[in-house]
Design a protein around this ligand. Sequence first.
Ligand SMILES: Nc1ncnc2c1ncn2[C@@H]1O[C@H](COP(=O)(O)OP(=O)(O)OP(=O)(O)O)[C@@H](O)[C@H]1O
Ligand SMILES: [Mg+2]
Length: 245
Amino acid sequence: MDYYFAEGTLVWLRENEQHLPSTVSSCGGGVINFITNYGQVYTYKLNALTREKVLAMHPSSIEGVEDMATLTDLHEGAIMHNVHMRYNQDNIYTYIGSILVSVNPYKPISGLYDKATMEQYSNYHLGEAAPHIFAIANECYRCLWKRNDNQCVLISGESGAGKTESTKLILKYISAMSQHSLDPTAKENISNVEQAILESSPIMEAFGNAKTIYNNNSSRFGKFIQLNFCQKGNIQGGKIIDCIL
Ligand SMILES: Nc1ncnc2c1ncn2[C@@H]1O[C@H](COP(=O)(O)OP(=O)(O)OP(=O)(O)O)[C@@H](O)[C@H]1O
Ligand SMILES: [Mg+2]
């Protein structure tokens, strides 16, 4: 029995143990041609074997999702494709449940980290607005009181992935939120502490960083940053510990 795939159909092509997002470029005369999103061209004879090699792409993979826990196609290819599609639209953040996946854009994205965006995320719970590093920082800050327990954000990734920049963004957000609840009499003292924590980053980086082939500003030490808060929600102190890698 012959199979027919309409031209333009989006499919997963199973090649070399990978799932390649592809488009049917032509189908007829017992032959089918595919072009993958990464530019490779594949030609197969249209037979039963083709059916095993070609999987229909679910609409969630075609349209893209903000939370990859909702993807129906469950393989590495679907995750990479979703993140890639979003990256092309300057959506560098994507969730997998409560985990945030971030792709380094290596360029400033307009409005992504400005004051209005910070304000916006302070009004939402995790998952209610588009995926963002501020949503993670906000959840962490809120949970201090909601769960009445210490909170921790773990940032990992290869060299140049954006870990140090993400850390600074979390500190910037928490510092801004902490200032919201400031008691006017304590304002000067507390904002000095916050200022000191924010300003310590460039100094720490000046001593601890080096240019590598992966990153012009590569951290040569892992860092554990601890912030201490009072019951009113203000930062009262903090410490940064370098871990030798
Ligand atoms: N969110 C972002 N927006 C724009 N540019 C970014 C962002 N995150 C990182 N970058 C760019 O990528 C560079 C590398 O990022 P960063 O130093 O945070 O990587 P890293 O994960 O800490 O790497 P290493 O493990 O080598 O220390 C930054 O200097 C900056 O130019
Ligand atoms: Mg770093």
